[in-house]
Design a protein around this ligand. Structure first.
Ligand SMILES: [Fe+2]
Length: 207
């Protein structure tokens, strides 16, 4: 059992083509926004577009529905190239427990890293480069040389990730922005429970 991530067996290649095409103009606008945004990553909600148009066309959506996993909202994420992001817990005031991420572009050289869960008290959060993620923080959380990294995951594949433990995206090797579609589930279920639902249907690679 992997504590932090599971990769899906399927590549969802058609979904990736479909989403890149459907969101083409939006992705261009969003990636251009990195020249003005002070944030290392940012997102726009695309829940309605997915719910009204893309949903049943997406193999990933249908696989999730088959596992009784209902989508609550979907965000289109852009992560700037050449930087490492701030350490955080997603939506720290009400932690988002997990996310299913479909890689759209620039994800092959991108890595997610997790640090030891008890290295920093929950309630601290890294505000580096203006990233918003919950409560105010202490000082050393901003220094990545002090982080006690316990897991890393390449983000080139569709992945279930745990987002309520300290983590960030390392995009320092990237020469282009990383673009992903993040599916968040109704009821904010626990990572372990979502893993079980997906695993029952044989959708995940064995860690
Ligand atoms: Fe996150």
């Amino acid at each position: 059992m992997n504590k932090y991530f599971y990769k899906f067996k399927k590549s969802y290649a058609n979904d990736i083509v479909l989403c890149n095409d459907f969101f083409k103009d939006k992705i261009t606008e969003m990636t251009n926004r990195r020249h003005t945004s002070i944030r290392w990553h940012y997102w726009d909600p695309v829940t309605n577009e997915v719910a009204n148009t893309l949903n049943s066309q997406l193999e990933l959506f249908n696989d999730m529905a088959d596992c009784n996993l209902i989508i609550h909202h979907v965000n289109l994420f852009v992560c700037k190239e050449g930087v490492i992001g701030g350490l955080h817990i997603d939506s720290a005031s009400w932690p988002r427990r997990c996310s299913i991420n479909l890689p759209l572009s620039g994800c092959e050289d991108s890595e997610m890293i997790w640090v030891r869960e008890d290295q920093y008290p929950v309630g601290q959060v890294d505000q580096r480069n203006g990233a918003r993620a919950g409560f105010p923080v202490g000082a050393n959380i901003n220094d990545d040389t002090e982080w006690d990294v316990v897991e890393t995951c390449n983000l080139g594949r569709t992945t279930l990730i745990k987002t309520d433990s300290w983590h960030t995206i390392d995009n320092r090797k990237n020469t282009v922005p990383r673009v992903t579609l993040a599916f968040r589930l109704l009821g904010n279920p626990e990572y372990d429970w979502v893993y079980e639902q997906l695993d029952k249907k044989g959708l995940l690679e064995i860690a």
